[in-house]
Design a protein around this ligand. Structure first.
Ligand code: SAM
Length: 274
């Protein structure tokens, strides 16, 4: 099997696994053990872009994110052309941020998404209860997408089916043996004040964590290879008792409070021994 150079995510994403990949590596199954890769909470897709699987299904409930990936895959030249009109000033940023996406074409929406991701404070994607992106301006220097880098991203995405929806649709795509599913949901909060679940208008509740654990059990019974990330809390340990629970040290750096940045332990739960 020839070695394939890992790619990197085109957008910065809260909870992104990019920095954790060197520590997760040891837990990935070998490429010959699966022929279908599914990621039901794809976000920035750090693991997907690292593995570059031959066949993939990527799912996320964030419609702007999935539209962006579709446009990179299917209309990259139009996206790069549209991006050249953006300006890097505070006034322009707020103008673009507050435009109604419903009235835009898929390419314009993807271009706005990339612009906001690269220009917003901390590169965060956060929406309010009405689903409107509400991160303030952050960038001072212009960002220009590199065509060669986006060509690589497009090549990786061409192997993927892109679905906007709830993680439970994974059950329609998983094929039992030979399917690797990596699940990286919004984390169960370590404390009531540590909630960071505003990726989309809907928060991820304790009921969602329980629903997810049920989906994990169904996929396990079907014979899929499963890898799930979550925070190290009593609830998560209870929900996945009986599976292989590994502890990883992770750096959390998307946090407004500097004192809350640093190393914390989090869990990687597999249904196989690495
Ligand atoms: C922790 S992030 C994933 C980060 C990703 N692994 C990365 O490396 O960038 C969680 C993702 O789950 C998505 N999400 C939240 N609720 C969801 C749901 N019910 N179904 C599917 N995706 C959901 C969010 O939009 C977000 O992109």
């Amino acid at each position: 099997m020839p070695w394939i150079k890992p790619a990197s995510p085109p957008v910065k994403w809260a909870g992104g696994k990019r920095q954790l990949i060197p520590r997760m590596r040891h837990f990935f199954p070998r490429e010959c053990q699966y022929n279908l890769y599914i990621e039901p909470f794809v976000g920035g897709g750090a693991v997907f872009f690292h593995l570059r699987p031959a066949r993939a299904v990527l799912i996320d409930s964030n419609a702007e994110l999935i539209n962006f990936y579709r446009v990179v895959r299917d209309e990259l030249p139009a996206l790069l052309a549209d991006f050249t009109r953006h300006r890097f000033t505070k006034e322009y940023y707020y103008q673009i941020r507050d435009l109604p996406v419903e009235e835009m074409s898929a390419v314009e929406r993807a271009s706005r998404f990339l612009y906001l991701n690269k220009t917003a404070y901390n590169g965060l994607w956060r929406v309010n209860r009405q689903g409107k992106f509400n991160v303030p301006y952050g960038r001072n220097s212009p960002y220009r997408p590199q065509p060669a880098f986006f060509e690589t991203v497009r090549g990786v995405l061409q192997k993927a089916e892109l679905i906007c929806g709830d993680f439970s649709v994974v059950l329609e795509y998983a094929r039992g043996e030979g399917t690797l599913v990596y699940l990286d949901p919004p984390y169960h909060p370590l404390s009531a004040t540590a909630r960071f679940t505003s990726y989309t208008a809907d928060a991820f509740s304790e009921d969602d964590q329980r629903r997810l654990a049920e989906v994990y059990r169904v996929l396990d019974r079907q014979g899929c290879l499963l890898m799930l990330s979550n925070s190290d809390t009593p609830l998560i340990r209870e929900l996945y008792a009986g599976y292989h629970i590994h502890v990883l040290q992770a750096r959390r750096n998307i946090n407004c409070r500097v004192q809350d940045r640093g190393e914390i332990s989090e869990l990687l739960i597999t249904n196989y021994l690495p």
